[in-house]
Design a protein around this ligand. Sequence first.
Ligand SMILES: Nc1ncnc2c1ncn2[C@@H]1O[C@H](COP(=O)(O)OP(=O)(O)OP(=O)(O)O)[C@@H](O)[C@H]1O
Ligand SMILES: [Mg+2]
Length: 497
Amino acid sequence: MGLGEIRSRTGVAGLDEVLGGGLLPYRLYLVDGDPGAGKTTLALQFLLEGLRADERCMYVTLSESKQELEAGAASHGWSLDGIQILELLSQADLFDDTEQLTVFTESEVELSTTTRRILTAVEQYAPHRVVLDSLSDLRLLAQNSLRYRRQVVALKQFFMGRRCTVMMLDDRTMQGPDQQLHSIAHGVVALNSSTPVYGQIRRDVRVVKFRGSDFVSGRHDFVIRSGGLTVFPRLIAAEHAALRERGRLASGVARLDALLGGGVDRGTSTLLMGPPGSGKSTIALQFAAAAVARGEHAAVFAFDETNAAMRARSMSMGLHIAEGRGAGELDFHQIDPVVISPGEFADLIRRSVEQDDARIVIIDSLNGYLNSMHHSNYLTAQLHELLTYLNNQGVATFIVVAQSGMVGMNMAAPVEASYLADSVLMLRYFEHAGSVKKAISVLKKRTGGHEDSIRQMWFDEHGIHLSEPLLGLRGVLTGVPSEPARTEDPLSLHSHG
Ligand SMILES: Nc1ncnc2c1ncn2[C@@H]1O[C@H](COP(=O)(O)OP(=O)(O)OP(=O)(O)O)[C@@H](O)[C@H]1O
Ligand SMILES: [Mg+2]
């Protein structure tokens, strides 16, 4: 966006971000999308934004009545007072259109009655912003494609050079994209929606073209809720590189930190892998508690666990964590994977980092995150972008991955995620002396050193405890270790030291 360049804001903040600040004024834009995609809602937001900027705004409706429009607006809490609404939906128009064509003197183009009415009204009211809802109706009225094209060309010629920003809506009733329309418009915004087998409708917006301006390419998730459209611009990690304090984050549990070569590095991600109940969330929470105790802000994004369950567990372990959005507090975000899209999730994380200054982020769990995705082939790409973003921000990220199966090495993870993370902590159950114990080890750590050892781990009301390295046992990670013949109990080490 050039310095001092004026943009017409659309009234949808995320979309303006995608458009490099907003639409370029006095041009013609096409918004296309299937029925129900949100075109009318976006168009109303565009005009309401115009009103806020003291611009004259006009809505030309060929399909919905003024009452229907107002009712729809009211459902979002909007009043359309101040917007000039031109309603052209009577049967008479239809007949007029089929019966007579007049010649519009300026351009020598045949114009239908409907088109003429639009042009006359625009000339009289001289609006800064115009919405035409919709071209599909114009197409129907014109009855054949040749006449329809003439109307569209006439509209374009009429608007050219006028100080008027035009948004034309089209509901794709034509087979395939209307190439001519796309070439006539200065910009094309496509609204898409898909309905997953299970869960809510998923919506995304894409800028197909935007003459004279840069824009963020690709698909951006959006939602329509009471209050209108909210667009979540696709996260591009490289655009958010920040020079943040790095350094190490210790858990405060000496042996856990020893295992990790001093703790985890800020600006890296750590995967906590293990079977159900093995203590993945607890370890993540321990790091959060340590950060919060130092006055930092931490955020948990929980797909699986409820706030109450997390609180109960941390209390039972003697972790008292203040909750809230400030420094020295932990913010607990309960995520409903059925409702949220990956784009909205990334947006939540961004706000947590950029507005609340979260220095530690916990995603619990990746399994839940996976469930929120309808196109799992994009998962790795999106997750990679998210983790890169968090690393760039100097955040210490923890990702919990629940593995299926209870014992043994070959447990299935929902996605091969270990290569995405900088460090991998693995938790396992093993059998020893007639009971089931937990083991912890570090599989990889990209930055700095770590122990190769396996330690036993247990929790009580004082928190997390680790044993000295289990040197006397072989095959702990198989779940059924053996020990070389010796008299002393290898696990007795943990009770002292
Ligand atoms: N108050 C509201 N709260 C939440 N969602 C809403 C609300 N009002 C409308 N919607 C959603 O917005 C969608 C339609 O929006 P809109 O009328 O803008 O679509 P459209 O593209 O103009 O449709 P058409 O092609 O039929 O004119 C609906 O499918 C509905 O799911
Ligand atoms: Mg509509």
